[in-house]
Ligand binder design. Structure first.
Ligand code: AR6
Length: 198
């Protein structure tokens, strides 16, 4: 098995239309607690998966922030996607003042939990290639750099301990977002070390 770092891809695109060369078999949705759709990536996934997703989700009874639920991909199956993992990220409530160590804020813990829950579900359901959007960094306003550190830190840690998923794709919606992920990944020794050192 490749090293965790070699099992990560940072790509730019729409998570509902992943190019076949990415090999995506499961996608993550940044949903809200109702699981009944919304704007942003959630709206795009519901449109692409079709009305059966909404009908299905009406039976799920919602999902608390920081947790995740898995569904079929419905109309997205034609694109090789078999599962959608719906997770509810935290709304950023800490304003601009964030000198606090990553991991110490309530929002950090909830966002980390979203990644953990999705990775656990992916392993449980044998999802080979899982694509994540940048959960909470749109409508929910989580600072992008901080969110990328939490995402990459958790995914790298998980991949070091598990063979499934074989690969994780960070599907960025803009080149600027992908640049943030690449920078965070390249500087990981700095921030991962300072996180451990506390
Ligand atoms: N593919 C990949 N990434 C996307 C796509 C797409 N098609 N569309 C948007 N993004 P957001 P949140 C990026 O707002 O902050 C919804 O209304 C976007 O640029 O979709 O977790 C839900 O129902 C950003 O980087 O999710 C909730 O109410 C990232 O996806 C609320 O928004 C997340 O932005 C959730 O807010």
């Amino acid at each position: 098995m490749d090293l965790p770092i070699d099992r990560i891809r940072i790509e730019v695109g729409d998570i509902t239309t992943p190019p076949s060369e990415w090999g995506v078999t499961g996608i993550v949705n940044a949903a809200n607690e109702s699981l009944l759709g919304g704007g942003g990536v959630d709206g795009a996934i519901h449109r692409a998966a079709g009305p059966r997703l909404l009908e299905h989700n009406k039976m799920l009874g919602g999902c608390p922030t920081g947790l995740a639920k898995i569904t079929p991909a419905f109309d997205l199956e034609g694109r090789g996607i078999r599962h959608i993992l719906h997770t509810v990220g935290p709304v950023w409530q800490s304003g601009d003042a964030v000198p606090i160590k990553i991991g110490d804020l309530h929002e950090d813990v909830l966002l980390a939990s979203c990644y953990q829950q999705c990775l656990d579900l992916a392993a449980e359901h044998s999802i080979d290639v899982l694509a994540f959007p940048a959960i909470s960094t749109g409508v929910y306003r989580f600072p992008k750099d901080r969110a990328a550190k939490i995402a990459l830190g958790h995914v790298l840690g998980f991949l070091a301990r598990h063979n499934t998923p074989r690969r994780v794709v960070f599907c960025c919606f803009s080149e600027a977002d992908a640049a943030t992920y690449r920078h965070v990944l390249d500087s990981r020794n700095e921030w991962m070390f300072s996180r451990q050192r506390g």
